[in-house]
Design a protein around this ligand. Structure first.
Ligand SMILES: NC(=O)c1ccc[n+]([C@@H]2O[C@H](COP(=O)([O-])OP(=O)(O)OC[C@H]3O[C@@H](n4cnc5c(N)ncnc54)[C@H](O)[C@@H]3O)[C@@H](O)[C@H]2O)c1
Length: 279
C-alpha cells in the first residue's frame, strides 16, 4: 500500500524547486496535495503535473507572510479534502546584503516570509490538527546557512535559526496531541540558489528530487514517533543536525577568572560543523 493513502498534505512554495519535488513524491504515495505558491500560475503548474501523473491536488495562491494567507490555505484544504494531516512550510526567498547595508525593509521582507510565514500557516493548521485529535506531521524548512552563519545572510540566518527553535518548541507542545515536528535543512539546485559557481557534476548531484525522499520519510509512518529533529538533506549526504555541549564546570558564583582557567572544559573541543562537512 502507498505510504500516504488517505492523507492530505499542504506544501507552501510548491511552485518552486523543492516544493514541486516534495509535492510530486507525496502525491505518488497517495496523498492529496494542497499546492501553495505566491502566484496561481506557479501553483497551478505543479497541480497540473500531479493531475497528469494520476494524483490529486488543488492550488491555492497567497502570500504566506500574513495570517490571512494561513487561513486561506487551511480553508482551501478543508474545502477540497476535509482535513489536513501534513504541513510542509517550504516557501522562501533571499535578499542577501552585507549587514552594514541591510536596511529595515530588507530585514523585514526575509523575516516576514520565512519566520512570520511559518507562524501564519502553522497556527491555523496546528490548531485544527489539535482540535480534531487526529495527530499530524509538520515540517519546517531551516538552512545550514542559518545554523553556521553566512556572509550577507544575517536576515536569512535569523529567520531560519528562529524556525529551528520554533520547531523545537512546537514539538514539545504538539506531543500531547500526536503532532510530530521536523525541520529540514536542504541543499538543492533551485530558483533560490541559482547555479552560479556550480560545476555540472555538482548540479547533477543536487537535484531537488534527491531531497524529497527524506521529506517522505519524515511525514510518513517510516519515521515512527520521532519528533523535534532536524535533518540536513543534500544530494550526497543525509545527517542529523543537533546541539552539542561542552563538558562544563559546576559551581555557584564561578568567577570570570575561573571561567578563563577552565576554558578547556567549558568550550567543546570538537570542531564545529562547516560547509565542507556537507558534501
Ligand atoms: N535550495 C537550497 O539549497 C536550500 C538550502 C537551504 C534552505 N532552502 C529553503 O528551501 C525552501 C525552498 O526553496 P527552493 O530552494 O525550492 O527555492 P525556490 O525559489 O525554487 O522555491 C521557493 C518558492 O517559494 C515561493 N514563495 C516565495 N515567497 C513566498 C510567499 N511569500 N508566499 C508563498 N510562496 C512564496 C516562490 O514563489 C517559490 O516558488 C526555502 O524555504 C529555502 O529557504 C533551500
Amino acid at each position: 500500500m502507498a505510504l500516504l493513502e488517505g492523507k492530505v498534505a499542504v506544501i507552501t512554495g510548491a511552485g518552486g524547486a523543492l516544493g514541486r519535488a516534495y509535492s510530486l513524491l507525496l502525491a505518488s504515495e497517495g496523498a492529496s496535495i494542497v499546492v501553495n505558491d505566491y502566484s496561481m500560475e506557479a501553483a497551478q503548474k505543479t497541480v497540473d503535473e500531479i493531475l497528469g501523473a494520476g494524483g490529486k491536488a488543488v492550488a491555492v495562491a497567497c502570500d504566506v507572510g500574513g495570517v490571512e494567507g494561513g487561513d486561506k490555505i487551511l480553508k482551501a484544504a478543508l474545502d477540497a479534502y476535509g482535513a489536513v494531516h501534513i504541513l510542509v512550510n517550504n516557501a522562501g526567498m533571499l535578499r542577501d546584503k552585507a549587514f552594514h547595508n541591510m536596511d529595515e525593509s530588507v530585514w523585514d521582507a526575509v523575516l516576514q516570509v520565512h519566520l512570520k510565514g511559518a507562524y501564519a500557516v502553522t497556527k491555523p493548521i496546528f490548531s485544527w490538527m489539535r482540535a480534531n485529535k487526529q495527530g499530524g506531521v509538520i515540517v519546517n524548512t531551516t538552512s545550514t546557512a542559518a545554523l553556521f552563519g553566512n556572509f550577507g545572510q544575517a536576515n536569512y540566518g535569523a529567520a531560519k535559526g528562529g524556525i529551528w527553535t520554533f520547531t523545537k518548541s512546537l514539538a514539545v507542545e504538539g506531543a500531547k496531541s500526536g503532532i510530530r515536528l521536523w525541520s529540514i535543512a536542504p541543499a538543492a539546485v533551485s530558483g533560490l540558489t541559482g547555479v552560479v559557481g556550480m560545476d555540472e557534476q555538482t548540479q547533477a548531484d543536487l537535484k531537488p528530487e534527491y531531497v524529497a525522499p527524506a521529506l517522505l520519510y519524515m511525514v510518513s509512518s517510516l519515521s515512527g514517533d520521532k519528533t523535534g529533529k532536524c535533518l540536513f538533506v543534500g544530494g550526497q549526504k543525509i545527517m542529523e543536525l543537533k546541539l552539542e555541549a561542552g563538558e562544563g564546570i559546576r559551581g555557584v558564583g564561578v568567577s570570570a577568572q575561573q571561567i578563563a582557567e577552565n576554558e578547556a572544559r567549558i568550550f567543546r573541543d570538537a570542531p564545529e560543523l562547516t560547509f565542507a562537512d556537507l558534501s
